[in-house]
Design a protein around this ligand. Sequence first.
Ligand code: ACO
Ligand code: OAA
Length: 377
Amino acid sequence: MSETPDIKKGLVGVYADESSISKVMPETNSLTYRGYAVQDLCENASFDETAYLLWNGELPSQAQLAAFQAEEKANRALSPALLRVLREFPRDAHPMDAIRTAVSFMGMEDPETADISDAAQRRKAMRLLAKIPAAVAASNRLSKGLEPIAPDASLSFGANFFHMVFGKVPQPEVLKAFDVSMILYAEHTFNASTFTARTICSTMADMHGAITGAIAALKGPLHGGANEAVMHMLKEIPSPDVAEAWLRERFDHKALVMGFGHRVYKTGDSRVPTMKKYAEIMAEVVGDKRWMNTSAVLARVMLAEKKIHPNLDFPAGPAYYLMGFDIPLFTPIFVCSRITGWAAHVLEQAADNRLIRPLSFYTGLEQRPVVPLAQRG
Ligand SMILES: CC(=O)SCCNC(=O)CCNC(=O)[C@H](O)C(C)(C)COP(=O)(O)OP(=O)(O)OC[C@H]1O[C@@H](n2cnc3c(N)ncnc32)[C@H](O)[C@@H]1OP(=O)(O)O
Ligand SMILES: O=C([O-])CC(=O)C(=O)O
């Protein structure tokens, strides 16, 4: 057998390509999108502006933003065929499976599926940005025996999402916290789901195929699924006073603590302070400090005992819970945001494509002859 090559399991530390979309700087716990710090975007721009930025490289002028928003609003409605399909999904299907299947269906009915030119891929990305929240909200309502609520083009992106889920729009502080979470979730270099999207795109497959695969990758609890897992964990802990004991028992079982750790950030996730601030605002608005108090104990003990910091999913989970969303909707909400980053990467990959195809080092049996079935007994 040949000598074992230098295998980077999990592709740890491997630069797989160049990208000009975002930059993670673990040495300073910071993150920029197209050169703008995410915190700056959260305080001085909206999610729509961030989506425009990710896709076009620059923040929009007022006229460019108005045109972008008008196009998003015009594309929100789901087709009657998709609504019929959503009605047929099993009631207990996980919403991530529902949105993955809905996006795959959208690909079959999109008028430009097979056209992978840059212009067509951008139009498809816009249709996905507009329709994914409608499909997430509709499947959530159908799973509870409620009728879907049609999108309202007079409402902003975030307000329309609350309208489609709950039939009402919350107060401005809640909308702001939601918008901030959407900005923070929008993009994060070569994470597993984005890399999946780029790999699919590298075969010259279409936008909907790449996004369907990315959604499948995001669902896992080591990635986007962690925001749901965080809230299930917080709910398991009866009160903040017993949180430390609960966590120490988890250490005894060597169990993962969801919402902690990160492949790239080792001394803190750049997005956590901003998301934590808005989760705390949500706790004030709702008048329920239990989740943030429990979170504070877990973060303190994890740092002291394991030197592991929370990631974005840790404050995002309780923030979404305090906004009133069902826990299984948390990762689909992540999808509503990350479609912007995924699509930006698909466009970037396609613009300078090379098939993504690494090597594996074979450790199986040496070549041997096939014994015919009759002689195998
Ligand atoms: C939006 C996002 O996707 S952010 C990530 C969301 N995922 C989670 O919150 C799930 C929990 N976290 C984890 O499983 C991991 O930290 C990951 C998957 C995010 C990163 O994994 P890796 O980069 O492979 O980190 P790695 O596994 O090398 O961790 C180093 C050590 O810290 C430990 N560790 C890392 N995260 C955790 C955690 N959440 N709980 C307990 N221990 C942990 C590992 O067990 C490992 O210990 P060891 O050296 O004794 O084996
Ligand atoms: O970068 C990663 O590996 C995971 C992550 O935080 C993200 O996708 O937002």
